[in-house]
Design a protein around this ligand. Structure first.
Ligand code: URA
Length: 260
């Protein structure tokens, strides 16, 4: 292209078109509209981008959810589910992540913990809850005799996250990102088939219950992914607000009592 544009300006112009809703190039060869005489410089109707951005974006999201649903539904076991997630190309978070963080613990466990998303340590190591919050989670579980390293069904725990890839700067995941990964979480729960699910933190409640407000939801048994679920405050929150550990302890006792 000889438009006088350098690579970065051309890329910015392309990004802008995508932002406006252009999803594909319609002509076979690029047209340098800067070189056309003024009267013909207006794009031909066939060559223009879709004019309205939002419906196009919405359609793209719906497609990603559909793709996820069919990929997750086709996974017959955990290894196949992990492979299906690794092959899923619609979530931008994947591009910035070092590792897919799938799970830890024992798949025969009676309790499945669904956290939010990997942080820096989890992204580096490829396992959920291995940083400071994870260490606190391990201590919390130990206090009720549970251990992710246990092989015994009674004391084992299985751990995963709503998002398998670390969001940049640990930002909250976008609703669209949660929506497109939700079919994988749903299938994950089906395959592990735990007796109860712990929804760890707000993002997990958003995914499993469709609402946030963890400080109100915590400690109240509800249903998510078709089975009993207990929302709990996230250990990262407990690190910032040690006073909240009292309620978290009550929730752990409630979990223990539920398991009998
Ligand atoms: N927080 C989470 O919710 N999940 C992790 O894996 C780590 C921190």
């Amino acid at each position: 292209m000889d438009s006088g544009m350098d690579w970065h300006s051309a890329k910015a112009a392309l990004d802008w078109q995508v932002e406006l809703g252009a999803t594909e190039a319609i002509l076979d060869t690029p047209v340098d509209r800067f070189q056309l005489p003024r009267s013909t410089a207006r794009p031909a109707a066939k060559a223009v981008a879709a004019p309205v951005a939002e419906p196009v974006r919405e359609r793209a999201e719906i497609d990603a959810v559909e793709v996820a649903r069919s990929a997750a539904g086709a996974a017959g076991d955990l290894a196949a589910l992990e492979a299906a997630m690794a092959a899923f190309e619609h979530c931008e978070l994947k591009r910035g992540a070092r590792n897919l963080v799938f799970c830890d613990g024992h798949p025969a466990a009676r309790v499945m913990i669904v956290g939010e998303a990997p942080g820096r340590d989890e992204d580096r190591i490829g396992r959920p809850f291995v940083g400071r919050a994870g260490q606190l989670l391990d201590r919390m579980l130990a206090a009720i005799g549970m251990d992710r390293a246990s092989d015994a069904r009674e004391t084992a725990v299985y751990i995963t996250n709503v998002l398998p890839w670390r969001p940049p700067q640990n930002r909250d995941p976008e609703p669209a990102e949660i929506a497109m990964m939700l079919p994988f979480v749903q299938r994950h729960v089906e395959l592990v088939d735990p007796e109860v699910v712990v929804l760890m933190g707000n993002i997990s409640c958003q995914a499993g219950l469709g609402r946030r407000g963890i400080l109100k939801l915590r400690g109240q048994w509800t249903e998510a992914y078709g089975r009993p679920a207990l929302p709990m405050t996230h250990p990262a929150y407990l690190l910032r607000q040690p006073n909240a550990k009292r309620e978290a302890w009550a929730d752990l006792l409630s979990l223990k009592a539920r398991l009998g």
